[in-house]
Design a binder for this molecule. Structure first.
Ligand code: ZN
Length: 360
């Protein structure tokens, strides 16, 4: 491998160029430079070569310090991207349908802010690792740079011992992202960055309230809500109103929530694509979740996976029976099928909307 001759740093605008001095290796193509620079400016400190066959971390301490200082200096100069530019149309439509439920958001937001925040903080602080500037700082800085880019406040971050490769976000006013240890084990750093951007994307797209309510409904919280409803019904007129609304959040709503959950994932994937400057890490994450192991890295082919996703999408569009089967397969899922997400990611990355955002 040859070394890049000159490294440029961008953070919204070009801030510096200088000769390569880091002692790292990697081929930086014209096309991948944009990605590399943005990743570097986002404090993830890695190069990606043209074919994405290797990712090379900055090992030079001074380089890290220098990059961090550049990011700090430019934190306030970044113009956050308006979420209206990237929220998926299916997400918007499904959320409109949910919002038609009378008083649901107002009352549930209040209930959730009282009931869950403190309880969850106690659980998180006592059973998970709190990620801070000093504790697991690489992950913290990744999220910090994403928040800056999309214009949201820094959420609370926790690492949970859980082999399932997953992360999730909840909250109504203050947000928390839980990262499973299994996710870190199975993803490369740029893929982890994409997942974190996806989670922050849920916050930027204002999914928090309904995700949290939906999470309670879909994870068996409906039983708890039923008990809560009974309790509220004993607390006068206001309590009775709240009780009726809460009891409305029952199994009849589950399909609507499942549907919206799936749609909202597509918007969050778009945020990941925007933050990464490319759909590649998102698609690679889909492959990782489909195939799991990191041992197949040298043999997996992203383009073939995208072709597979396109074939799948075509077969759904051509055959109404297939479409029906897909509905039955996914109606109780919170996430779209991996092939669908990969297809949608590729489609968005090729769109004029994305190009406009990337050039801004
Ligand atoms: Zn998500």
């Amino acid at each position: 491998m040859t070394q890049p001759e000159c490294v440029h740093f961008y953070f919204g605008k070009k801030v510096c160029s200088f000769q390569h001095t880091f002692g790292v290796s990697g081929v930086v193509s014209q096309q991948s430079e944009l990605c590399v620079f943005r990743c570097v400016a986002s404090v993830t400190h890695f190069f990606i070569d043209r074919k994405r066959m290797s990712r090379v971390w900055f090992s030079d301490y001074k380089a890290k310090r220098w990059t961090q200082n550049i990011v700090k200096q430019n934190l306030k100069s970044t113009n956050p991207i308006d979420c209206e530019q990237y929220i998926h149309s299916l997400d918007k439509a499904a959320l409109v349908a949910l919002k038609k439920i009378p008083l649901l958001d107002t009352i549930c937001a209040k209930l959730l802010s009282i009931m869950n925040d403190k309880q969850n903080t106690i659980i998180n602080m006592s059973t998970k690792i709190h990620i801070t500037e000093k504790q697991l700082p690489k992950i913290y800085r990744m999220v910090q740079s994403i928040c800056c880019k999309i214009g949201i406040d820094m959420p609370e971050l926790y690492l949970e011992l859980n082999r399932e490769p997953n992360a999730y976000t909840y909250g109504t006013e203050k947000f928390t992202i839980i990262i499973h240890s299994g996710l870190i084990e199975c993803l490369q750093d740029d893929e982890l960055y994409a997942v974190l951007a996806h989670e922050c994307g849920h916050i930027a797209c204002k999914h928090g309230l309904y995700h949290t309510i939906g999470g309670m409904v879909l994870s068996g919280g409906a039983i708890g809500l039923h008990e809560l409803s009974n309790y509220l019904n004993t607390k006068g007129v206001v309590g009775a109103i709240a009780g009726n609304v809460v009891s409305a959040v029952d199994s009849a709503l589950e399909l609507a929530f499942f549907h919206w959950f799936r749609c909202s994932e597509l918007s969050a994937d778009r945020v990941a694509i925007i933050c990464c400057g490319s759909a590649d890490p998102v698609i690679e994450t889909m492959m990782r979740l489909a195939g799991g192991t990191t041992h197949i890295d040298s043999e997996i082919d992203k383009d073939l996976f995208i072709a597979q996703a396109a074939d799948y999408q075509q077969s759904m569009e051509k055959d109404i029976v297939n479409k029906g089967l897909e509905f039955l397969l996914t109606k109780n899922d919170t996430h779209p099928l991996l092939a669908v997400r990969a297809y949608e990611a590729q489609k968005f990355a090729s769109s004029d909307d994305f190009k406009e955002i990337a050039q801004a």
